[in-house]
Design a protein around this ligand. Structure first.
Ligand SMILES: [Zn+2]
Ligand SMILES: [Zn+2]
Length: 752
């Protein structure tokens, strides 16, 4: 009998891969063995040649999600004549040290069907899961990944679950969070004061009725508390916004099923695949006119953050409500998401009318991921549930590095053995809660991946919580600390993602980050070569009267930009209404005297200024809103551009500002101005690319979340022969900073 040995690589551990191989082998009448090890999974299979061929084809082509087979290597080996059965062997060396902390995955079709079928043991059971789906990262306390080390330790298996857990032919073989109505967690409905109002099915039905009637319900979900309201009710949405102090920022919507989602959103084939993928991110989809979702959910936005129920609990609740629900993180604006019960009651009691909770602890907070499909592929905007903490192989050698990331949209990254392990999106670190979550996340990653960092990396900014944590750890461990300039990190992140080794031009355009010269950078063209960078181009700096405050008020950026490019003077008519008497003069004086008016070269602030000058938005409700308003206004307005005064790579926007003012005075629609402004930025990108003269250009920074800008820069540079690389698997925004810091620190020669 022939015998083959297969080495299978990809996402093949902790996803029910070995039981599936076992089933396939039994079906094909093969004997042999299967085991996990550091490289992946090895299978030895022996039997008739045609059965082996069918088995190999199934391995390559039809392993069920969430397993992802990337490579199968096969070789013939000598027959083992005495073998009579197929066995799952204990893991080999390293087998339980690598891919053993799997991400949380959306409910699989088999579990969903079980929950929906009357007579099944788990009919309508909200905590149903198996090896292919359910919570993992959110419930693992420590390794090895066995039930006593998880949030399920307080739920001993009943005999029925125990039998499934021990049976290699069952899809719950070694599924650590396995549970059923007899032995697992259950639902409780509480009042904001904590009174128990109902339990189990009655709790779910009462919450559903309240949602239909317009209540705000806090739901203890998979990775944290979420706030839910009826997405079709303007009144309910308004109530949520008022309580959450989130006036205009778009809210995500969970739809009961794909059919109801398609009434509100357009769905391409690629989008549909992501919608139903185990990672189940929130997708930014194009809205259809006349859908059921209230306009206040995403005012003025042509896209809607939409997703399907990710757990049986969400499926049952959405099914009972029978309409789309706003589903947003349980927090006040900018605070981290609540995930512990006592903390959630304290923080969300005032926001929610009811709390639908359960008794399975959430070990760590994991938010929903956000993804957008552009013309040429997917882009992750927030990397969390379904992705973290999957290790991503990157061509980065060198020492083990821990990188602490940025101040906003923080993530933490660990570089070890050529793999990058990025934490889930942690959010802003300004609050004590945020800083605490970051510290616990560092401990988690080091424990789970058995890492002893030889270097630490952080931002240049001395006052960030992440910088202070990095300094403390470097001192405690006696390892070097590498401080990485913010935009250097942005460029290095995109270069690392695409495996670019040589020097590249990085266009790093964002809000602001501390520059090497002490000013606020954000419109940078950097030549990056490993640990070194040089600034080959940037916007000519302009003052931001009020500093930090200016970041929330586009009119201040406009005032500072006019002061710098036109000299001190009166407010133009399009801006006059945005300033109360005295404000304009006060801001101009601040700029003239240099009082609390830091200089910036930020493209993000230039977007703010142009949005204000064109009359689109003088004050913004949330970060990036002014830029989004310009992007959406540009819509289908065609092309066009504005001039720059470029000298030695320094781009003076004075001619651009003059042209914008002339267009405003001539009554050009804001959309035309917006389209020309995008065109001007693409021209600037091209000028800088020619100046750098490097074939590879990487794009990074929050401005490249703008789909129009990104596509235009890509097309313009591509037509001129440059290879343009954009962030894909990691965000363009500050979520990628930890990756860039790790890449720079790994490339930094020892002693620096
Ligand atoms: Zn399942
Ligand atoms: Zn059970």
């Amino acid at each position: 009998m022939p015998r083959l040995r297969f080495l299978v690589r990809g996402v093949v551990q902790g996803v029910g891969f070995r039981p599936e191989v076992y089933r396939l082998a039994l079906e094909a009448g093969l004997c042999g063995t299967v085991w996990n090890h550091a490289e992946g999974v090895t299978i030895e299979a022996q039997g008739p040649a045609d059965a082996l061929a069918r088995f190999e084809q199934a391995l390559r082509e039809s392993m069920p999600l969430p397993a992802r087979v990337e490579a199968v290597a096969a070789e013939a080996i000598p027959e083992v004549p005495a073998e009579v059965d197929f066995r799952i062997l204990p893991s080999g060396p390293g087998g339980e040290g690598r891919a053993v902390v799997p991400p949380d995955l959306a409910v699989c079709p088999a579990c969903a069907a079980e929950v929906a079928t009357p007579g099944e043991r788990r009919h309508r059971y909200p905590f149903t899961n198996c090896t292919r789906c359910g919570p993992r990262y959110t419930l693992i306390e420590r390794l090895p990944y066995d039930r006593p080390h998880t949030a399920m330790k307080g739920f001993p298996l009943c005999p029925d679950c125990e039998r499934e857990y021990r049976d290699p032919l069952d899809r719950r073989f070694h599924a650590q969070p396995v549970a059923c109505p007899t032995c697992g967690p259950h639902l409780t409905l509480r009042s904001p004061a904590g009174t128990v109002l109902a339990e189990r099915e009655e709790a779910l039905q009462t919450a559903a009725t309240a949602l239909v009637e317009g209540a705000v319900v806090a739901l203890k979900g998979l990775g944290g508390y979420q706030l839910l309201v009826d997405a079709t009710s303007s009144e309910a949405v308004g109530r949520l916004r008022e309580r959450k102090r989130r006036e205009e920022k778009p809210l995500a919507v969970m739809f009961p099923d794909r059919a109801s989602l398609e009434l509100d959103c357009e769905l391409s084939l690629a989008e549909a695949a992501w919608l139903e993928a185990p990672e189940a991110p929130i997708l930014l989809l194009r809205r259809r006119a006349g859908g059921a979702v209230a306009p206040g959910v995403a005012p003025g936005n042509p896209r809607l953050g939409a997703f399907l129920p990710t757990t049986p609990l969400h499926r049952l609740l959405l099914g009972a409500v029978g309409r789309p629900l706003v589903c947003t993180s349980g927090n006040l604006s900018d605070e981290p998401m609540a995930y512990e019960d006592a903390e959630a009651r304290a923080r969300l009691g005032g926001l929610a009318d009811l709390l639908l909770v359960h008794n399975r602890p959430i070990v760590r907070p994991v938010d929903d991921s956000v993804l957008r499909i552009d013309g040429d592929g997917p882009t992750l905007l927030r990397r969390a549930r379904g992705f973290a903490p999957l290790a991503v192989p990157l061509a980065l050698g060198g020492p083990c590095v821990l990188a602490l990331g940025a101040h906003q949209k923080n993530t933490v990254a660990l570089l070890k053995g050529g793999e990058l392990i990025m934490s889930q999106h942690l959010g802003d670190l300004a609050s004590l809660e945020g800083a605490g979550v970051q510290e616990r996340t560092v401990t988690d990653l080091l424990d789970f991946f058995g890492a002893r960092p030889e270097r630490i990396a952080c931002d240049l900014h001395p006052d960030y919580a992440s910088t202070r944590l990095a300094e403390g750890l470097a001192k405690a461990w006696g390892v070097p600390l590498t401080r990485v300039q913010h935009h250097h990190a942005h460029g290095a992140a995109c270069a690392a993602e695409h495996g670019l080794k040589g020097p590249v031009l990085a266009l790093a355009w964002d809000g602001t980050g501390l520059g090497a010269d002490g000013t606020l950078w954000g419109g940078e063209a950097l030549r990056i070569d490993g640990a070194a960078f040089s600034r080959i181009g940037h916007l000519k700096p302009f003052p931001l009267p009020g500093g930090e405050v200016a970041a929330r008020e586009p009119r201040r950026a406009a005032c500072g930009l006019l002061w710098a490019t036109q000299g001190p003077g009166e407010a133009p008519p399009s801006l006059a209404g945005a300033f109360s008497a005295g404000d304009w003069a006060r801001f101009q004086t601040m700029a003239t005297r240099g009082v609390n008016s830091p200089l910036t070269s930020s493209v993000g602030r230039l977007f703010d200024a142009v949005a204000a000058l064109s009359g689109l938005r003088a004050k913004r409700g949330f970060e990036g809103q002014a830029a989004m308003t310009l992007e959406f206004a540009a819509g289908e307005q065609g092309e066009g551009t504005y001039p720059w005064d470029l000298q030695d790579g320094v781009a003076d926007p004075a001619p651009l500002v003059a042209a914008v003012l002339a267009d405003v005075a001539a009554g050009q629609p804001a959309g035309v101005i917006a389209a020309r402004f995008h065109g001007a930025l693409a021209e600037l990108a091209l000028a800088w690319a020619k100046r750098a003269g490097l074939p590879d250009v990487v794009l990074s920074g929050g401005c490249f979340q703008n789909a129009r800008l990104t596509a235009l820069v890509q097309a313009t540079l591509g037509a001129a022969g440059f290879r343009v690389h954009r962030p894909r698997r990691f965000p363009a925004n500050d979520g990628c900073i930890s990756l860039g810091q790790a890449a720079v620190a790994a490339a930094t020669p020892i002693g620096r």
